[in-house]
Write a protein that binds this ligand. Structure first.
Ligand code: S3P
Length: 431
């Protein structure tokens, strides 16, 4: 286990940086390239544990993937119906996105696939994908009556379904949409509020008939995926940029610019919440790249006040609650988060672990079944805290360490490699 030590910075954060490539879009770009005919170049593919897990699984399913240089991949796809039965277990490491999206893909294949992962992934709920995929006709077995990994999937001969997700989830929605490409009739998916829509954008971009009407996504079975210009360009991950956005807000006199960040509105709930809190954040050079909105984010240190987050805003910032919590400790008043019970089944139980670790730093946080309340503004004090194998919790605690009095030591820092291996190097460039 690696420890990370951080002490408050005397200097403001200044300069510009590029956050790492988007994790969600990287997984999807690799999957779509593997399903296309011919070779696709993926520029700025995320180099991380989880996105490498997806590449290894796709290789086992027959795609030929080559790392061209530090960030560019070339993927020789097998066509929608050309994948082959893997002769070993598809090992998803700790990646929920890999397991859930590939489960949808494998449900469409007329062969056996076995999906497994790390002990942490084996605790993540899979009934949410297994049930709709079974309704489409796939056979899915798993531990605990088919609810937990490992999963065994025998797919093929799928039918179209109409499915309503009990909770907004892009992973579940994407698993169904991938399986729907192989169904004998159209599929309809409805979610209580919109989760990230990268899969829908890519499917449409690749020529699949998909439309959204009255909050319901309709998708027709596919015959071929055509990737425009055989190229994907992946923007920086808003969820990784978020750590630096909050760091610049709370370290006095800071001003930073984060370049080429994905600003898809289904991902930027944190920007709306922080703006209500009084944050000075501007977007410049807004443009589109490979079907995704992108821009440069400029952030200045700001006096923050509390806000409330609930309802449809929750899925739009589902990965940003740990870092929002750090901002809330520096905001005047009570910040309330509710309707966010999904946080309990992320890389860690993010309500429980956040409350436990933030308290060690002196924060006033009250845990609720579906969220938390943080009273601010509090002067944080350095302490020994634990990452709980959760990359986003680890990096949020590091940002708290930038303003906490004395030394903060984060135990289990190695999990940061799941999404942002260069976090420390990027932080040092700004201080
Ligand atoms: C993701 C969707 C979200 C998010 C995860 C990545 C994706 O999960 O928390 O980090 O790439 O589709 P849910 O769909 O389970 O909310």
């Amino acid at each position: 286990m690696t420890n990370y030590s951080i002490s408050p910075t005397a200097l403001p954060l200044r300069g510009s940086l590029c956050a790492p490539a988007d994790k969600s879009i990287s997984h999807r770009a690799a999957i779509f390239a593997a399903l296309a005919d011919g070779t696709t170049h993926i520029e700025n593919y995320l180099q991380s544990e989880t996105t490498h897990a997806t590449l290894d699984c796709l290789r086992a399913l027959g795609a030929e993937i080559e790392q061209r240089d530090a960030t560019t991949l070339s993927v020789r796809g097998r066509g929608l119906r050309g994948l082959r039965e893997p002769d070993a277990v598809l090992f998803c490491k700790g990646s929920g996105t890999t397991m859930r999206l590939l489960a949808g893909l494998c449900a469409g294949q007329n062969f056996l696939s076995l999906l497994d992962g790390t002990p942490a992934l084996k605790r993540r709920p899979m009934a949410r994908i297994a049930e709709p995929l079974r309704a489409m006709g796939a056979t899915i077995l798993g531990r605990a009556d088919g609810k937990l990994p490992p999963l065994a999937i025998r797919g093929g001969n799928l039918r179209g379904i109409a499915h309503t997700l009990p909770v907004a989830s892009a992973q579940v929605k994407s698993a169904i949409l991938l399986a729907a490409l192989y169904a004998d009739a159209p599929t309809r998916v409805r979610e209580p509020s919109l989760s990230r829509d990268h899969t829908e954008r890519m499917l449409r971009g690749c020529g699949v008939e998909l439309r959204i009407a009255n909050g319901e996504t309709h998708i027709n079975p596919g015959s071929q995926l055509v990737i425009p210009n055989s190229q994907f360009a992946i923007p920086s991950d808003f969820s990784s940029a978020a750590f630096f956005i909050v760091a610049a807000l709370i370290v006095a006199r800071s001003e930073i610019r984060i370049e080429r960040v994905g600003i898809n509105p289904t991902r930027t709930g944190l920007l709306d919440a922080l703006t209500r809190m009084g944050a000075q954040i501007a977007i410049e050079n807004a443009r589109a790249e490979s079907g995704e909105p992108v821009g440069d984010v400029i952030v200045r240190a700001s006096d923050l006040r509390a806000t409330e987050i609930f309802g449809a805003e929750v899925p739009r910032m589902i990965d940003e609650f740990p870092i929002l919590a750090i901002a809330a400790t520096q905001a005047r008043g009570e910040t309330l988060v509710r309707d966010a019970q999904e946080l309990r089944v992320k890389e860690s139980d993010r309500i429980g672990t956040l409350a436990a670790e933030l308290r060690k730093l002196g924060a006033q946080i009250e845990e609720r079944a579906d969220g938390f309340v943080i009273a601010g503004k509090t002067e944080l004090r350095g302490a020994r805290v634990a990452a709980h194998n959760d990359h986003r919790l680890a990096m949020s605690l590091a940002v708290a360490g930038l303003i906490a009095r004395g030394e903060t030591i984060i135990e289990g820092w190695e999990c940061v490699a799941d999404s942002f291996p260069e976090f420390d190097a990027q932080l040092k460039r700004l201080t």
